[in-house]
Design a protein around this ligand. Sequence first.
Ligand code: ZN
Length: 861
Amino acid sequence: MADEQIPSRNPVNLADYRAPAYQVEHVALDFELAPEATIVKARLQLRRNAPGPLKLDGRKLELLSVSLNGEPLGDNRYTLDEDSLTIQDVPDQAVLETSVRINPAANSELSGLYTSGSGLFTQCEPEGFRKVTFFPDRPDVMARYRVRMRADAAKFPILLSNGNKLSSGVENGIAHAEWEDPHPKPSYLFALVAADLVSLKDEFTTRSGRKVDLGIWVERGDEARCAHAMGALKRSMKWDEDIFGLEYDLDIFNIAAVSDFNAGAMENKGLNIFNTAYVLADANSATDMDFQNVERVIAHEYFHNWTGDRVTCRDWFQLSLKEGLTVFRDQEYMSDQFSAAVKRIADVRLLRATQFRDDAGPLAHPVRPASYLEINNFYTTTIYEKGAEVVRMYRTIIGREAFRRGMEAYIAKNDNAAATVEDFWAAMQSITDIDLKQFMLWYEQAGTPEITFDESWDDAAQTFTLTLRQRTAPTPGQPEKQPLLIPVAIGLLNQTGEEIHAETLLLRETEQSFTFKLPQKPGAVSLFRHFSAPVKLKGQSRARLAFLAAHDSDLFNRWDALQQYASAVLLDSVATHQIGQPFTLDEGLKDAIAATLRDATRDPAFAAEALILPMESLLADDMTVVDPDAIHLVREAARKALGQALSAEFHAVYEQFANAAPDDVSGPAMGARALRNAALSYLTAAEGPAFAAAQFTAAGNMTEKLAALTNLVDEPGPARESALHAFYTEWEHNRLVLDKWFSVQARSNASDTLTRVQALASHAAMDLRNPNRVRALIGAFTANPWKFHDKSGAGYKLLADFVLRLDETNPQIAARFVTALGLWRRFDTKRQGLMKAELERILAREQLSRNTYELASKALA
Ligand code: ZN
């Protein structure tokens, strides 16, 4: 194959950043919209900014004409290649006009302008705008936009873009509209919607009195499922004013929902575009988790208006500047709506299960990477979730009040500009005396630090000394690691668990001791309270963990101590199982679960979290050679043994919390259902599917229904078949619910999961163009820690087949799935060989996308 046909495999390096040669002051776009042939005319007002030619990005555009300052340019005046249009000798002030033709219906990558259902939608972050028109498609070029659209009024009556609407109407069957966004923005925040949609409308008045028209645009029939999203939007707008003093800055805020979408949602200025999964919710069709996800994502995208849109990123290496910060903000918002401890627990559970795992493998990268082949591969849990932890650590180190002032300084200083993580750092440093220089390492160094500790008590001096040590294992490209600045929130407890001292220590050295003068020898130290840093704490004794699980006044650490304790005993059982010994239930674990059940009424949502045994994938992370079969058998044996030993207690909880009204999605109602469903899982393990079958029939909402179904699908037989059939028949026409039908089977532990997933892959309702459906089947299956790793290798093959099929149409989605094979080094040699073979088979494909090439080659390296 000729070299020029291979997508460019040259890395982009942070160190090579250069300012753009031209800024675009204003852009006027004119769209003649039609699914198969859309004409885009662009008029760019340019101003020189740095030396060099005018380089415009452009991909899959058919260039119809180009003119400079009104004069048409012949093809001897510019160079055109696959990715760009370059013009030499452009004056320092100039107007460039281009006209291109594009084919949205053929755009299966879902980046740029594409069709979904009967509508047209855009997704431009990070590099989709270059598929709409020729433009310097980089976030440090910020322009004001005016957008005109025309389209067949019968098919596309609704025409939306960013900012405020200047006009709209219909003439001779052609709908037209004109929008103007007064705020300068980078091209990745451009959005356009042309579709037959209806809206739920509302309004919000900002604290300075601006009346904002709110609209959520969905397909006809879906309006009734938008109320929760609208409520969340209004709560978010108010919260950002109350907590950060940040007000909305336009007269319109629109959200449009689309079924085919690569990501969760997108923060385009004044026109957020959402995956329907994060908009539509009612109790009948959405679980409590879905309701919370809608709330979280609505908040997240809204918060981007300031952290992302008003203050944007200089280049894509700074992605975490907006994403980490905005995730932090949505986490804080959610913990103000519900229980802060439970929210923290859920976030840390996710961080450990995904980010810690990535950080320990071949795809580990820093919060600010130094190099990439394909930026779409860097929308990762490291950029998002670890990035949020980094922001949180600033606050833990400098304090809440200082952090708030730091945020104010950051926004004031960088408003309407494209910033870097150094700008954020400088804003925080500017309001504190604490030296933050070392803190920058959190952005530059990949890997999860491991912390060990020693304690000593000097009876004569009445001093307690805590010695902390940190170490970060090498990651790709970073063999040597420096010590980080780590905030360690600690509590010293007396023998009965009362707190005698609490403070946040700053660990800066590889090894550092802290001495406390105390009236008595502490009974226990609680370390990294509320998970004050994204680290792995090692070496806590089981006795200590049991004590903290029962007594710590920090709820997060109480939960964590039980998790760590359970991990330790389950991993012991795995070792026992591997030498052929039978499973025995640890008494300490039984007592801790019993205590959790006894205390459940105090905080049902917390109890529900505490009852969940450590995930199989988490246990795997702590094994030198992962044994997925042993892990699964042991965890199931523990669930069954606990269900039997504490049968009466589980029954009692299951009965006691049955009263939440089905459509009540308040915190207490969700907590009650979560607790009840946790109990159901133990009862099913111990007593079989009768309870789950009964709950399936009686379920008053989707949370109860899906929990029941999840328990039923583990056991092949008539109960499973009739439940799956009933569910399918009831929900066949609701895509989001049908996604659940796919996932619940892909996650199943039943003996026939592999063959079922294979069959589902060619089910009539399988739709490769729809990322939600693909994720529902394949994403869920790769997250099935036992079946995906079936020792036959059939799971790996199924995945690789999908990657290769998807790579031809949607490389962004295809590449994501490769990460599941990146863990190969952690397994036995047989599985290693099978996983590597699939990675090699993927890499052998000619014309592999840059996306998939980057992750597959790095995974093998
Ligand atoms: Zn975001």
